[in-house]
Design a protein around this ligand. Structure first.
Ligand code: ZN
Ligand code: ZN
Length: 400
């Protein structure tokens, strides 16, 4: 239940039926949290979701994309076909929260996807009880593997948006960095495009005591790392937003052996395709120049997850709905460097992905997403359900 006075004001605007769901949402979230599963391994999570969807007697309840799940709510009247997406996977992090429902597995729900599942099941339950009043359909996409491999594309490729053809897609991300109940919804890009890259620097291995007979890829990699860091500061217009991080570097086995190669991987985040093209072109030039200067060779591979782009009209509608639920003072815009593969759903159907503030109350330091001490305020979950129901009402002209 809400933990501060501001949050209590939201409660008055949440319909009693949704308020009554709150304890069930907490129970679902804590169960999933305790049994967190990694991307593509969400078997138990999938079973929990499918059981619940079947118990609600929804249509077209089935597994999709291996460990994902879907279901359809058919309204009693004709109307638009909408989709609500929730991602379901956890991260390879050993939890350090000390919470009574802390994960018992080697995975951790450190990105609140447990809360996303609970909210989506809450929306499904509320809609199931009001089917006759719904105009059109609402499809649920419980998507596996958001954090790794890209489950969204697999769901879209499996035809989840085709029958019935989805007119608008929606989803939310619980956001622990913002105060409880704050809704951040941006027309246009709200999350960055993420380009994953992998670099292999090939030298020539040898004895550590005879460096002159080898081409040391570790020294070359060190120069490459430093030079790559100048792309953002020296080659991109300072008015543009971008970053380049090398998060992994691996080379060598022992201190007295010069290895043959070094592998590095990292990410570039951008909001603009021309900036991305510029960054990748400069990266290629730097790698070519640095490796040739030392007599080494390289390989540079990239793959890009598109930016999360909201439809401006739909974003305005969601902002209006949010203002009615959480108050206009709690509705804002943002643009974050994080990425989310919900982008694939939004590429196929104009819609909105928004952030829902859920800062745990009474904490001086809020652990960021993907941290071993991450947590969020569960009071955000009924707010999320209410927001979704009101968005569905507004778009479909239903009175739920
Ligand atoms: Zn995440
Ligand atoms: Zn996430």
């Amino acid at each position: 239940m809400p933990s501060d006075t501001a949050a209590r004001a939201f409660v008055d605007r949440i319909r009693p039926a949704v308020r009554a769901l709150a304890p069930a949402l907490v129970a679902i979230r804590r169960d999933l949290h305790q049994h967190a599963e990694l991307s593509t391994q969400e078997h138990r999570t999938q079973a929990v979701i499918l059981d619940r969807l079947k118990a609600l007697a929804l249509d077209d309840v089935r597994a999709v994309a291996d460990t994902g799940a879907t279901a359809l709510v058919r309204g009693g009247r004709p109307g638009p076909n909408l989709l609500w997406r929730a991602d379901i996977d956890a991260l390879p992090i050993v939890e350090e929260t000390g919470l009574p429902f802390a994960s018992t597995t080697k995975a951790m729900h450190a990105c609140a996807h447990d809360g996303h599942v609970a909210i989506a099941l809450g929306i499904a339950e509320a809609l199931a009880a009001r089917r006759e009043a719904l105009a059109g359909t609402v499809r649920f996409a419980f998507q596996p593997a958001e954090e790794h491999v890209g489950g969204a594309k697999r769901m879209v490729d499996a035809g989840i948006m085709d029958d019935p053809r989805v007119d608008h897609a929606y989803g939310l991300h619980i956001w622990a960095g913002n105060r409880l109940g704050e809704v951040l919804v941006t027309p246009g890009a709200i999350m960055a495009a993420a380009t994953h890259f992998r670099i292999i620097i090939r030298g020539r291995g040898g004895h550590a005591a005879s460096p002159h007979q080898a081409v040391d890829p570790i020294v070359v990699a060190a120069h490459a790392v430093v030079a790559l860091q100048t792309i953002v500061s020296r080659s991109v217009d300072p008015h543009q937003t971008t970053l380049l991080t090398i998060g992994r570097i691996h080379g060598g086995e022992r201190g007295n052996i010069i290895p043959d190669e070094v592998m590095m991987s990292g990410t570039v985040r951008t909001f603009d395709d021309t900036v991305l093209a510029r960054v990748l072109k400069r990266a290629e030039e730097i790698l070519r120049g640095v490796t040739s200067a030392f007599g080494a060779d390289y390989r540079f591979d990239t793959s890009t997850l598109p930016a999360v782009v909201n439809d401006p009209q739909q974003a305005a509608l969601v902002a209006g709905v949010a203002a009615a639920v959480v108050g206009p003072e709690n509705v804002g815009e943002t643009r974050v460097m994080g990425a989310d593969d919900v982008a694939y759903f939004l590429q196929r159907a104009p819609g909105v992905f928004f952030l829902l503030g859920a800062a745990p109350s009474g904490r001086e330091h809020i652990a960021p997403h993907h941290s071993a001490r991450f947590d969020f305020d569960e009071a955000c979950m009924p707010i999320g359900v209410e927001l979704a129901l009101r968005i569905i009402e507004a778009v479909s002209g239903s009175s739920l």
